[in-house]
Design a protein around this ligand. Structure first.
Ligand SMILES: O=C(O)CCC(=O)C(=O)O
Length: 301
């Protein structure tokens, strides 16, 4: 896959997703983009001076999670609908989606092997009880873009229990928690990992790696509530493209609450698919679904 390719989801990728519960997208970002995202990440870190100083002085630094990055920096906007991965998001989730959260994570090497991320699923206790269906749209997923290499184990790797996305999450005292096999995923700067809310995941210790830098875009169906904002302020909206604005829940005029279930705005598909994905043969079925809904649904008025 070339950097920036518009690739949708191949049958092979869909089968891998169904079986393992994640996708690795190699080379999603071009080299110059990696440089720019590293620069924007370093700016965020520099603003959190106290922790940055701790890192420089050789004391074991605490990992940093910058939540709501869209509101702290304009350096990550292009990740909302990045052409290297967005076609896959559309194929998995359909076009009635929004961005629920934007994070940047910085994980420092710690010789002690201490990790600040335990095994979990995303979205809290309610979503933990909802499991995906192979034929259905994905409820929520995250795309994690890596700006640094994670080429070996114990470099703060994003780690998963393959196939766990279809199983109920075991609680601390559950006996079936024993023998859980984690897979530490290896990837290069510029790669992205896509995974649904229900996949059991964690970060591995970073005992031998460099400082791991990445950003996460969390997508949900349009009717899901955002995680790190109520309404996006106009200063942020005005720097976004029309598609990015829609992805953060913006409608022209006053949206009706119903719009979040099935937008009455006839432009939803044109806005979200844009020139890049409107003719994608993998996504034709989405347009048919929308036409059918417009003709037959009483839900949307
Ligand atoms: O790769 C990581 O740092 C773990 C990310 C994570 O656990 C999450 O996004 O929920």
């Amino acid at each position: 896959l070339q950097a920036g390719s518009l690739s949708g989801l191949s049958d092979q990728e869909r089968n891998f997703w169904n079986e393992n519960g994640y996708l690795l997208v190699p080379g999603a970002l071009a080299p110059h983009e990696i440089e720019e995202y590293l620069h924007s990440t370093d700016e965020l870190v520099a603003r959190g001076k106290r922790r940055a100083l701790a890192a420089l002085s050789g004391v074991e630094a605490q990992d940093q999670k910058f939540q709501g990055v869209l509101f702290r920096s304009d350096g990550f906007d292009a990740l909302l609908d990045h052409r290297g991965v967005f076609g896959k998001v559309l194929a998995l989730m359909g076009p009635y989606i929004s961005v629920l959260g934007t994070d940047v994570l910085v994980r420092y090497p710690r010789p002690s092997g201490e990790v600040e991320s335990a095994l979990h699923t995303d979205g809290g206790p309610s979503m933990q009880k909802i499991l995906p269906q192979e034929q259905g749209f994905v409820l929520q997923l995250k795309v994690q873009y890596f700006f640094t290499n994670v080429l070996d184990e114990n470099c703060g790797n994003f780690s998963v229990v393959p196939g766990s996305h279809k199983r109920s999450f075991p609680h601390r005292h559950d006996t079936n928690r024993r023998g859980i096999e984690m897979r530490q995923l290896r990837c290069s700067a510029g790669d992205a990992i896509v995974f649904p809310w229900s996949l059991w995941h964690a970060a591995a210790p970073n005992t031998v790696g460099e400082i791991r830098k990445s950003a996460i875009i969390r997508y949900g169906q349009l009717w899901c509530r955002p995680m790190d904002y109520q309404v996006v302020p106009s200063q942020v909206l005005q720097r976004l493209t029309i598609r990015q604005q829609r992805l953060v829940g913006h409608f022209e005029g006053e949206p009706s609450p119903n719009d979040y279930y099935g937008p009455s705005d006839k432009d939803q598909l044109s806005i979200i698919l844009g020139d890049e994905w409107t003719t994608d043969p993998n996504l034709v079925s989405l347009r048919e679904l929308d036409d059918y809904f417009r003709k037959n649904s009483g839900v949307r008025r």
